[in-house]
Design a protein around this ligand. Structure first.
Ligand code: ADP
Ligand code: ADP
Length: 228
């Protein structure tokens, strides 16, 4: 479902962030992306949801040639991909309910469908009782669970997570991982950039290591492999 062929990314200032990435990720896989800071992990992930555009090469996600998408087609890609960030990126003035509902409103789902679906995903992340709260009334782990609810509400085929546990303590991080693993068991592909050695080494999945813009390791049930 995700295929990159000889993908390169050079930023406008001349920084070469990725140099010749070749990778295939099948439907339903769970993949960790690891590597030192500045290696190109975020860039790799940003290319998948067209936050950044590759300078060269081919990227196919489902049947989208995403490097060839016109600006107006990007929303169609985005509704098939849910994104989770390290800093949650919730809208601070909207309630938990509204943050999740917003993701359905932007794709113009009918009002009738929105409420039951939002309550269903809030139940899945165990936050139905916090539907009326504002983000800053929640713990970090709860905020990340809201972000996950928002990411899955439109039933994407793929969840992309950039350091989703980066701001969370170890126990909360494990809780977030259980939520992501449960979503993956439902068939959703997950690609997760992480520096969390404990998680990668205890919840074994495919590991893709990137260093200086190249894939240097790609193993099923791999290890983290770095000391930090
Ligand atoms: P990682 O996520 O592994 O830390 P990044 O993908 O963020 O790595 O960065 C890879 C390289 O690209 C780094 O040298 C970084 O400084 C550079 N980079 C990232 N974003 C930009 C940008 N918007 N403009 C210029 N250089 C960037
Ligand atoms: P239940 O079926 O458990 O009674 P509800 O549908 O009443 O669930 O909603 C549970 C929570 O979600 C309540 O706090 C409710 O006010 C909130 N909620 C439901 N719909 C909306 C909405 N459209 N906008 C804001 N909050 C909502």
């Amino acid at each position: 479902m995700i295929e990159m062929q000889d993908v390169w990314k050079t930023y406008p200032n001349g920084t070469v962030a990725l140099q010749g990435i070749d990778v295939r990720i099948k439907d339903g896989e769970f993949v960790y992306v690891v590597g030192p800071s500045g290696a190109g992990k975020s860039t790799f992930i940003k290319l998948m949801y067209r936050e950044e555009k590759a300078t060269k090469g081919q990227i196919v996600i489902n049947d989208f040639h995403i490097n060839r998408l016109k600006e107006r087609q990007i929303p169609y890609l985005r509704r098939k991909i849910g994104v989770v960030f390290q800093d949650f990126k919730l809208l601070p003035k909207l309630t938990v309910y509204e943050n999740v509902a917003f993701a359905m409103e932007v794709i113009e789902e009918s009002r009738k469908k929105i409420k039951p679906r939002v309550m269903e995903v809030l139940e899945l992340v165990r936050l139905k009782h916090k539907a009326r709260s504002l983000p800053d009334q929640l713990s970090g782990g709860e905020q990340q669970r809201v972000a996950i609810a928002r990411a899955i509400v439109n039933r994407p085929d793929l969840i992309i997570a950039d350091e989703p546990t980066g701001n969370l303590d170890p126990e909360t991080s494990m809780d977030i991982m259980q939520t992501l693993l449960e979503i993956n068991r439902g068939g959703t592909t997950i690609v997760m950039a992480t520096h969390n050695k404990e998680i990668v080494n205890s919840l074994r999945k495919r590991v893709i290591a990137i260093e200086a813009g190249r894939i240097v390791r790609d193993e099923q049930r791999g290890e983290y492999g770095y000391e930090d």
